[in-house]
Design a protein around this ligand. Structure first.
Ligand SMILES: [Zn+2]
Ligand SMILES: [Zn+2]
Ligand SMILES: [Zn+2]
Length: 361
């Protein structure tokens, strides 16, 4: 009876433990209880040797997870009756099959390790990108780009991570590393979750299919939040396609830029004679606004002042500057608030922002 109760308890405990290994909740990961956290010291540094680190990490997960059934058999055998008891035939079968599973994992690891990782699936993908046929050459390129601060990377704790460097799009999962050169991908938006409101921010999860143009790499799916999507779009440009017209709710800043733009379009424009330079914010369009007071100093706080700066910003960049200077927890007050001119620091409100019209047009 006692043996039965303890076997039941162990089964329950082991079942929860195994489930947390396979689908680790955030708390479990931060507590360092997953296989890849327990053995992390054997992988080297992710920052210095990204490719090698993840080859070892994924291998560790494969081996550890394939050993879970054998672990259960051993725990149960040890706790139920103690070692030395003869096993029933069905128990024997369970032990043998779980031992075979564990052996398969270990053999796979041994094979990759013995071939100096050349036979690892990621090494094969890297080889296909190498002119000399050496995967380490491409790997060092990927490592170098990963070390750069200028990269897009989703939450480091999540089991599935997406990283976009200058040239590579990478998805990390517990067992695999998907890697593609950004010139060989299209990112098709597939669906978006129902938006939920997070302290004034609307957040959605957007599912995107990464369409591979390399026969060696199959398509895969990544998930990013609607707030991360503009950054992904910025990095992949026209490679992000919304063929299914997936509705993405605007971010808070995007909604503010729309409202700001509407007010400025109602303000009287000013005519300028000088040539307009490119916007210093985005460098993509000519400068389109300047400050010229017309508000009569309404609103609370510091009074608006004259600004004599020449037009340097486009309307959208100016709106983003305005938004960035506001209390981020109170977006409803933004439009009625004030902001310093980015150049001369004189205070202005949205009524003082005017579109500029070149005199010769
Ligand atoms: Zn701009
Ligand atoms: Zn100014
Ligand atoms: Zn004003």
């Amino acid at each position: 009876m006692i043996a039965h109760t303890s076997a039941g308890l162990w089964t329950l405990f082991y079942f929860v433990f195994a489930l947390c290994q396979l689908f680790p909740p955030t708390e479990f990961i931060t507590a360092g209880l997953t296989a890849e956290k327990l053995f992390a010291s054997l992988f080297g540094s992710e920052h210095l040797n990204f490719v090698n680190y993840h080859m070892k990490r994924t291998t560790c997960n494969i081996v550890a997870h394939l050993c879970l059934p054998l672990g259960y058999c051993l725990v149960l055998w040890w706790t139920a009756e103690g070692p030395g008891r003869p096993l029933a035939s069905w128990e024997m079968a369970a032990v043998i099959s779980s031992a075979l599973l564990a052996a398969a994992g270990l053999l796979r690891w041994y094979h990759w390790w013995r071939t100096d990782w050349c036979s690892h699936p990621l090494a094969r993908v890297l080889t296909s990108y190498s002119e000399t046929g050496l995967w380490r050459q491409t790997a060092s390129e990927v490592n170098r780009e990963f070390r750069s601060v200028d990269k897009f990377a989703t939450d480091a704790i999540a089991a599935h991570r997406v990283i976009i460097t200058d040239n590579w799009l990478i998805k990390l999962t517990p067992y695999t590393v998907h890697l593609l050169h950004v010139d060989h991908v299209y990112l098709d938006l597939e669906s978006s979750s129902e938006p939920h409101v997070l302290s004034e921010r609307t957040c959605q999860t957007v599912t995107c299919r990464v369409v591979s143009m390399r026969p060696a790499v199959p398509d895969f799916v990544i998930r990013v939040t609607s707030e991360q999507l503009p950054e992904v779009r910025h990095r992949l440009g026209r490679r992000v396609r919304n063929l299914r017209n997936v509705v993405i709710h605007q971010t808070l800043t995007e909604r503010f830029v729309d409202a700001f733009r509407r007010v400025v379009h109602e303000n009287l424009p000013v005519v300028v004679t000088e040539d307009l330079e490119q916007c210093i914010g985005c460098g993509e369009v000519p400068a389109g606004v300047r400050l010229a007071r017309q508000c009569g100093q309404m609103g609370p706080g510091e009074p608006c002042r004259e600004c004599n700066c020449r037009p340097m910003w486009c309307l959208d960049c100016f709106a983003k500057w305005f938004a960035s200077r506001q209390d981020q927890d109170q977006p409803e007050t933004w439009l009625a608030s004030k902001c310093p001119c980015p150049t001369c620091r004189s205070t202005f409100c949205v009524l003082d922002v005017r579109r500029v019209l070149p005199a010769h047009s």
